[in-house]
Write a protein that binds this ligand. Structure first.
Ligand SMILES: [Fe+2]
Length: 435
């Protein structure tokens, strides 16, 4: 294996990595067990957070029905916004405050799970909205204590939000995506049922699948945890602690699965094996990046999604312009990895190989190109936009895009080499078009 010296101890660097993972149950039909899990966690007044469009999907409808018949007090909030905003987080918080719930069940994609994390947080520990939001946009205050139990039931093969302590949203006043990051936000348990993935529209499988792929690739190529300064007190060790030997395991397997199954899962909705394996890839990548953090492609995605003007992708609600999260990530990825490859070429090459690229005879100098080309090949095979221009951006948008990305130090600082705002401008420029 390459990069055997990736984790080198230094005097000032950290020597400890932490492993936090949600308790997970995975398998077709596992949602049938939801009522048992709700009872096991002692919930009696339960908030179900979901999205109205999902309620007709059979495994979701059955799970909600079983909760209704359980005799537990339940109330449903199904107005979650795809790509949530501070306003939609606050709407869900109001619902949570009024219901006086002692537990939460989220059923949906990352938008739903993130909204549930926020509603649980702000109803448990009310504060000004920006108090818990990541700096520099918010104050980054620590969450004062544990939240109410939360069972997350992801219905897409994507975000990995069920395994992380991160909630992402659009801050409307600044037109920028940002997030809240705290271990306290990590759901108590996750029930991951691949049956939910069978009915997803192909564009949703494509966008969420590339989110998975990039979680794994970014975590694998992130700055090593040993390169971060040792914290003064253990509690200050960040969740985005950098690449580490634990996260590497999940990343490698998730990359293999994405390389083998992503294109198949998009091409044929009846290919249940491919969709199940992508759900497993999402889970593994989620656990991995929840313990290491992502970097440049995700940091750049925040402004690609936040500044979107008139882009209406197939398979998503058409009432307002939006760029799905995974799509806003992957349009940056080939250019971003071309930039980061010289910092740890063997990791970039291994990532490309795990995704199915032929790297025979390749040397360190070829790593960025081989990885970028494999990503572009997969993007073309799944109908992704041709770079950032494919979402509607032009050269004149680059300064605004770069300044939005540079305002995400939690992500940009997790890259394997330093990245300046000028670097981000040139990465965006080279991400405008790929073919
Ligand atoms: Fe993501």
């Amino acid at each position: 294996m390459g990069c055997c010296h990736y984790y080198e101890f230094t005097d000032a660097g950290d020597r400890v990595f932490a492993v936090d993972a949600a308790s997970i149950k995975f398998g077709p039909g596992v949602l049938v067990e939801l009522v048992d899990d709700v009872r096991a966690l002692g919930m009696t007044r339960v908030a179900i957070i979901t999205e109205s469009a999902l309620r007709s999907i059979e495994p979701v409808a059955n799970a909600i029905d079983a909760l209704r018949r359980s005799g537990l007090a339940i109330d449903i909030y199904d107005e979650v916004k795809v790509e949530p905003t501070d306003r939609s987080f606050l709407n869900a918080t109001e619902f949570a405050q009024q219901g006086q719930f002692d537990g939460y069940v989220s059923i949906g994609g990352g938008s739903v799970i993130d909204t549930c994390k926020a509603a649980n947080l702000y109803s448990s520990y009310p504060a000004d909205f920006l108090d818990y939001v990541n700096p520099p946009i918010g104050a980054g205050q620590a969450v004062p204590g544990p939240l109410k139990p939360h069972i997350a039931c992801p219905t897409t093969c994507g975000t990995g939000s069920e395994s992380t302590g991160i909630a992402v949203f659009d801050l409307l006043s600044m037109q920028v995506k940002t997030g809240i990051a705290s271990r306290a936000l990590r759901p108590t348990r996750a029930l991951i049922d691949p049956l939910c993935a069978y009915s997803l529209p192909p564009p949703v499988v494509a966008a969420s699948g590339f989110d998975v792929l990039s979680h794994a690739l970014e975590s694998y190529t992130a700055r090593p945890y040993t390169a971060r300064s040792r914290p003064d007190v253990p509690e200050q060790r960040p969740m985005s602690q950098g690449a580490n030997p634990f996260s590497d395991i999940g990343c490698r397997r998730a990359l293999e699965l994405a390389g083998g199954y992503l294109v198949r899962a998009v091409a044929d909705a009846a290919d249940h094996e491919a969709r199940e394996q992508m759900m497993l890839a999402a889970t593994l990548a989620g656990i991995a990046f929840g313990n290491s953090g992502v970097h440049v492609p995700h940091g750049m995605s925040y402004s690609v999604a936040g500044l979107v003007r008139d882009f209406y992708p197939d398979g998503y609600p058409q009432h307002e312009p939006m760029c799905p999260h995974g799509m806003s990530v992957i349009v940056n990825a080939p250019s971003a990895f071309r930039f980061t490859a010289p910092a740890c070429p063997q990791r970039h090459l291994e990532g490309a190989r795990l995704l199915g690229a032929d790297d025979r005879g390749a040397g360190d100098d070829d790593a960025g190109e081989i990885l970028a080309n494999r990503l572009i090949e997969m993007m073309r095979a799944t109908g992704m936009p041709n770079g950032v221009a494919g979402i509607g951006y032009a050269e004149s948008d680059i300064p605004a895009l770069a300044s939005g990305a540079f305002a995400q130090p939690r992500l940009i600082g997790n890259a394997p080499s330093p990245v300046s705002e000028i670097d981000l401008q040139s990465i965006y420029r080279l991400a405008l078009r790929y073919w």
